[in-house]
Design a protein around this ligand. Structure first.
Ligand code: 4AD
Ligand code: MG
Length: 446
């Protein structure tokens, strides 16, 4: 037995259907025009183009309301201008939308729509964003498989703060000591994923939710986000950047090639020309130390003056990729102190300008308009060095016992990165706030 679920019918679906053919379909009324004996109802679908339904006033007696739900029977007919439309013969289901409950209006700004979370999906902009979202997920999964990565399903409950940054949500239960230890919502699946990558000796990827109790109310932060995390075996820092760049360019090319997605991007006023440029040019690559020197010499007034050791802020990130390189930019080899404990430590370097420096093989990808889109590194595979890094940060080695032991049990050098999928959606759709690409955003202070 097989099923193909029926989507609402659209204008192009009946282009070649003979006039007089009976059709049963459903949809939501987006516009109503009144003629003497008829209602002209536009039925909107997120999938394709709108269709016009002509309803005799003897069939629908009361004036329908915008956004009403309707299921109907009708026959394919043709308008005087030669357009296919449907003449309604029977209403199978109808539920009106009480106008006093209707809070959204056509052309309402994103700021206002954001406050109307339960209704905003009626708006075409959101319908298109949420149409594109799963298309991109499907493609990313298929691409990951094609490249040679195995999907790992991670737990969302973890027992360590992967990043060591303390931005965790604690899990509590009415049952005392449910897990017999502290449990958190995951901030990244990296720790569990690394175990799988090592034990299976396979490149892997995770595409799952991560949670951060980061008290940032910026337009780039939500407390729950979709996190794409590849982890590759025997990968160098340069190769990691190559793979990252390939994946992101492939995503850009994909959305430009798929007509259904492209048309929606044009409607959303997405920067398709930039996506095209970025998919054709090599991304910039600069070491953190050179980036700091470039920022210092820029003559630009930053709110926070750049110095070696500074964790780059949005203003620095955006200046580098928007004003300086004018394209996606990798910044690599950050000071060890400002990055996570698990990043591979480089030999000390001597800089005439900055002195003796300890950096690690961490790499961030910066995107114009967004700043950081991906964060990753090659992983520290030497047990003693890793243990020292954990201790140096005041973390408890006991919390990382299993992670540490991987280094002693036939450990493989690996590397990986995390891509904020919602931020990627912002880049692709040209959306200014992350809260507009997430159906039900969760964020600090809400
Ligand atoms: O740079 P982050 O913290 O890196 C990690 O979590 C690594 N463990 C990933 C890895 O190596 N497997 O997070 C990765 C990306 C960021 O670059 C950002 O795009 C996104 O996740 N991100 C957020 N997106 C939305 N809201 C937030 N609060 C985010 N925090 C991180
Ligand atoms: Mg980061």
């Amino acid at each position: 037995m097989s099923f193909i679920l029926k989507k609402p019918i659209s204008h192009s679906d009946i282009q070649d259907v003979p006039i007089g053919t009976s059709i049963t379909s459903y949809g939501r009324i987006s516009r109503i025009s009144i003629m003497k004996k008829f209602w002209y109802l536009k039925i909107r679908t997120m999938y394709k183009d709108d269709i016009t339904l002509i309803a005799d006033k003897s069939i629908i007696k009361e004036k329908p309301s915008t956004y009403s739900a309707i299921k109907f029977e009708g026959i394919v007919s043709e308008s005087p201008s030669g357009n296919r439309e449907i003449k309604l013969t029977k209403v199978l289901y109808y539920s009106s939308f009480d106008s006093k409950d209707l809070l959204i209006t056509p052309g309402m700004s994103s700021e206002l729509l954001r406050g109307l979370e339960s209704q905003r999906m009626l708006d075409r902009k959101y319908q298109y964003i949420f149409y594109i979202y799963p298309r991109l997920c499907d493609y990313l999964r298929a691409l990951s498989k094609k490249i040679g990565m195995l999907e790992i399903r991670p737990p969302l409950t973890t027992f360590s703060d992967c990043e060591g940054g303390g931005e965790v949500f604690k899990i509590v239960s009415d049952i005392k000591d449910f897990y017999k230890r502290k449990a958190y919502l995951t901030v990244s699946s990296q720790v569990e994923e690394e175990t799988a990558t090592q034990r299976l000796s396979s490149h892997t990827y995770v595409f799952a939710r991560s949670f951060r109790s980061d008290p940032s109310r910026t337009r780039f932060h939500v407390s729950e986000f979709d996190h794409y995390e590849p982890e590759l075996v025997y990968v160098t820092l340069d190769q990691l950047m190559d793979v990252e760049e390939y994946i992101i360019k492939s995503l850009f090319s994909y959305v430009l090639e798929q007509k259904d997605i492209y048309d929606r991007l044009v409607y959303l006023k997405s920067p398709v020309a930039d996506l095209k440029d970025w998919s054709d040019t090599k991304f910039a690559r600069i070491s953190y130390t050179d980036a700091i020197e470039t920022l210092m010499m820029s003559g630009q007034e930053f709110q926070v003056k750049p110095y070696w050791g500074l964790d780059l802020g949005k203003e620095h990130e955006r200046w580098l990729c928007e004003k300086h390189f004018k394209k996606p930019t990798f910044v690599y080899k950050y000071p060890s102190k400002i990055k996570s404990f698990y990043m591979r430590q480089c030999p000390k370097i001597v800089s005439v300008k900055f002195g003796i420096l300890q950096v690690c093989e961490g790499v961030d990808l910066l995107m114009p308009g967004i700043g950081e889109l991906c964060g990753g590194s090659t992983r520290e595979y030497r047990y003693d060095v890793l243990l020292a890094q954990i201790k140096e940060r005041g973390l408890d080695p006991k919390d990382y016992e299993e992670y540490l032991s991987l280094r002693k049990q036939g450990g493989i050098p690996t590397g990986g990165f995390g891509l904020g999928f919602d931020r990627l959606m912002m880049v692709i759709t040209g959306t200014k706030s992350i809260r507009d690409v997430v159906p039900f955003p969760r964020y600090y202070g809400r």
